[in-house]
Write a new protein. Structure first.
Lengths: 580, 580
């Protein structure tokens, strides 16, 4: 028998001794490691937060007391002891639970959270509601040190530190790491606090209005229980600062924290990837291109907002760029504003960002960057419909940005075109340029130097014209081929950009085409397709648009998403024939 | 002769004595007051920052040394002594300069800035560029205490406090006020620092990695010069914290700071508005409605992010709502996340926000709110094409939000419809609802209870159908009337919402209509019109769309904007007849 056999709800751990909780910790850790090793997931943050999670549930009474996890990177132990252990113990049940908190799974989860720096703000709403409803319970926000640099977290801390005046507990899981090393002045303060056993007068949290409790060994269950008991039912905002060890209990992750923050499936013994890949990627391609530019004397500034690993910025790559590499920490707003100023001064900033995270900086894209027309370059990675979690979709970046004036939005369809566009973007001085990095592995393709803003006719035909944007050029070829089988010889076009239309080219289509088909790898609402539909609105040309419905999909197989949205050549041709 | 006669560039003040600078201060102050009294503008922040501006330019060598103003609320003195004094002295020249920093006007301005909390991030880009280019000069970010609560400012401070390691000076203009009183824990720390003459150990700026200098009388030129000289050419990031008096030198503004932050044209002697208005507004209507709900026992939570005055939340109104009024400070991201949590717990949060500032919280609208489907209500004010400054346009809110799933987006056309929609939004529990408050003064109109999601046929006709969204219903009536004069009897439709289409109703139009005209008070790109164009893409119905071009207009007369976009009944009918 194991301890976990007896644990189905948090109530089950309240009877345990510290020794038993330690035994349970080891089992929870093993379950996390096994799941991660088989399907990948967050390793380090979860392993470091096992004891704290058990202590939280030992002291507080969830779900009456409400625990809100930030970005959910450290929520696996919580999920295991709140009725979802089979999602970690039984490989066939893995798919039944998400890697994030999810109210649909459990009453112990209060929000679907996958973007970072949100817990304090969300929890402060729970606390305010409690006070207005004159209820009594604890509200606890858990936040990792890396997430503290995000604007939403800092806004939330500033608010909660003075405006609640009631029970509010922020647990800072300080594992001395963001995804990579931390960047920002506040981390010097966390270090000072750790070095002084929490006693330093200079204390960011106190400066924001919080009481403060420090736990020097954040993996010591007895100490954690004591600390949480000391703040339970407090009537003031308080920060409990835990010095935890990221990767605790798995030597490889303890020793080499960055690659073990999140990991693809691996062998537990050796730590080696089950499916390693050493070939060319858009990351390696981009980084080699930028390094070459730098060596040739261009004042390149390579930027990331706390996710260097996503873009192949390994410690070695970072070292190669030296002072020309800037990790701003998890702070996308700051990244875009800073890039704007760098570009104004003649530097060539290139900010790499996940499609889902560029959402965190709309206003800076508009006001700090586009209004000022500074020629910064932004590379949007992982854009496109995907089988990801609802919190990490690549569906929305294109539609979000098409309403912002002055932004040039490019969608290359292959490796050569991508590099040509990047080269052009970095050499022009008129406008900020966003390039949507193609999905998948780089494939060669024809591309001459990018000419603004001309779309390209790949194949000239008549009756039907296919506008295949970015990632969906392949689908464009497939549709063209399928139409040929029906005796139609379509025109196939690579639009190349989506902030505006090549109206001269579209105008010409009116003569010999009855139908225009648009294909784009993103949400239709607000997207490229609708601009095309508007353009042809007063003509006799009909328009059929293909992309994603406006919805948050959640770990749905891409195949199924494509099928539902009729994003296959046979379905598209079926629709086209019905219109013709 | 006056001192100002001799001042055309900052060089001209470097020879002045402190006494002369004080004389100049009085003249600068008078010029600001005169301009504000005649055309309105920011009063308090500018009056409080006159001496600091002169001292900055006395000590530093702009434009070689670069001064970046946050949100520009305190930039008038700077504009006056950097070659633009006529824009304050000569009423006929007032229109020639903006109320914000503007690089197109002067080499002493580095960015167009009108949204808050941006200066530190922008300046840190200038500093990084300087270091990479191995140049030597000072970079100074000016920021008001009120702007410190914004996520972008906090991200920027955190970054700059540790990542620059070179010259970087942040001047905090602490006038103890945001637009209204400050909200947030950091303001307790500023107060502590003021009370201890800057000597308190607990110091937010030091906790973020900055050196720190305090000036107790931020309107004392000699003290300011001394402080700035002490940090000039520093090789570390440093905060210079100035205790200034908001409204300094104008007794009315000193005594009553909130209404004098920004003021409409007024009589300098009495302070009275030149054109006062005491009638019903959408603000008074909304606040009465919400207060009534509260009195009837609904758990209403009225929210603003630092701009209570914009929405009629006077101190008296705030008192009436008591604990049910929440000003989060300038922190839109936090506001939306907090509203989501309040709604989840059964409260009825209603967050009022300027169209231009909802841009600051796209990701929270998507992830914290929409993904979690919590029924918070957001009232977007001042939406629509406008003659405002490029930084305060109401053009983009609708297009920005149409790509976010789960958000219900409503556009009422008159007072009764607005109240019905607000009532409906606050009584349903399924979705977050955004209501675009109509522009102008409330006008009565027919409206039965809002029925989701049915558009309304105002007038049934044929051949042409007009979809007149929100503010543009009036234009819709005008177009209908003009078409009738041409012998066409059009169908006039009030769409009521724009997150999706009433497809059943649109489907019916296909039978008897050849042309659909869409009218919307916002940018076309990504807007409602394009959804309509997409819907009719495969039908024989033609679509003509009217709204704003994708551009940043800048104090352009509304008349001219309408003309250029063909947003008048005669022009629209001309286009329609050409299509028919």
């Amino acid at each position: 028998m194991s301890y976990l056999d007896y644990v189905n709800t948090p109530a089950d751990i309240k009877k345990m001794s510290v020794k038993e909780l330690e035994g349970l910790s080891a089992e929870v850790r093993a379950a996390i490691l096994k799941r991660d090793s088989l399907i990948g997931g967050h390793v380090g943050p979860n392993l470091g937060f096992v004891e704290a999670t058990l202590a939280l549930h030992y002291v507080f009474d969830s779900p009456k007391d409400k625990i809100v996890f930030d970005v959910s990177h450290q929520c696996y132990p919580h999920k295991i002891i709140t009725g979802r252990k089979n999602g970690f113990l039984e490989p066939e049940d893995y798919v039944k639970i998400t890697g994030y908190t999810a109210p649909q799974e459990s009453a112990h989860d209060h929000f679907i959270v996958g973007h970072t720096s949100t817990s304090v703000s969300l929890a402060s709403g729970l606390a305010k509601a409690r006070d207005l409803k004159k209820e009594k319970h604890n509200v606890i926000a858990v936040i990792g040190d890396g997430s503290l640099s995000g604007g939403e977290a800092l806004e939330g801390l500033d608010f909660a530190g003075s405006e609640l005046n009631s029970n509010f507990i922020v647990v800072v899981n300080d594992n001395q790491m963001s995804i990579a090393e931390n960047h920002g002045g506040l981390y010097q303060n966390l270090e000072l606090l750790r070095q002084t056993n929490g006693k330093a007068e200079l204390n960011l949290f106190k400066a924001l209005g919080f009481d403060y409790v420090y736990v020097n060994d954040g993996n010591d269950i007895a100490a954690l229980i004591k600390a949480f008991e000391s703040v339970k039912d407090t009537n003031k905002p308080v920060v409990v600062h835990l010095n935890t060890e990221k990767g605790k209990g798995y030597t490889l992750a303890e020793k080499n924290k960055e690659p073990w923050h999140w990991h693809l499936p691996f062998d537990i013994q050796s730590g080696e990837l089950k499916n390693s890949f050493a070939g060319e990627t858009y990351n390696s391609l981009t980084n080699a291109f930028l390094l070459d530019k730098l060596k040739k004397g261009e004042n390149v500034v390579v930027m990331t907002a706390g996710t260097p690993g996503l873009f192949g910025f390994t410690p070695e790559v970072r070292q190669q760029f030296g002072a020309h590499f800037v990790d701003v920490g998890i702070a996308e707003e700051h990244a875009v504003a800073m890039a704007s100023a760098l570009a104004k001064e003649g530097c060539r900033p290139v900010f790499s960002v996940h499609s889902s995270f560029i959402q965190r900086t709309y206003d800076q894209l508009s006001q700090d960057l586009a209004l000022n027309k500074n020629p910064a370059v932004i590379l949007v990675h992982l854009g496109g419909l995907s089988g990801a979690d609802a919190t990490h979709l690549g569906n929305f970046d294109m539609a979000m940005m098409t309403s912002i004036p002055n932004l040039v939005l490019l969608a290359p369809t292959n490796k050569d075109e991508y590099l040509n566009m990047l080269d052009w973007a970095m050499s022009q001085k008129k406008a900020p340029v966003v390039i949507r990095v193609p999905s998948g592995l780089p494939e060669a393709g024809k591309s001459s130097a990018f000419e603004p803003y001309k779309s390209e006719i790949i194949e000239k035909g008549n009756e039907v014209a296919i506008l295949a944007l970015g990632n969906f050029m392949k689908l464009g070829f497939a549709v063209a081929a399928a139409l040929k089988e029906k005796g139609i010889s379509p025109t196939l076009i690579n639009p190349k950009f989506y902030h505006t239309l090549d109206e001269a080219l579209l105008e010409e289509l009116k003569d010999e085409h009855k139908l225009v088909i648009t294909l784009e790898d993103g949400v239709l609402s607000g997207g490229f397709d609708e601009k095309v539909a508007r353009f042809f609105g007063t003509s006799n040309v009909k328009v059929l648009t293909y992309g994603g419905k406006k919805e948050f999909t959640d770990r749905e197989a891409l195949e199924s998403i494509y099928q539902r949205n009729r994003l296959t050549a046979p379905l598209i041709v079926e629709d086209a024939m019905a219109v013709l």
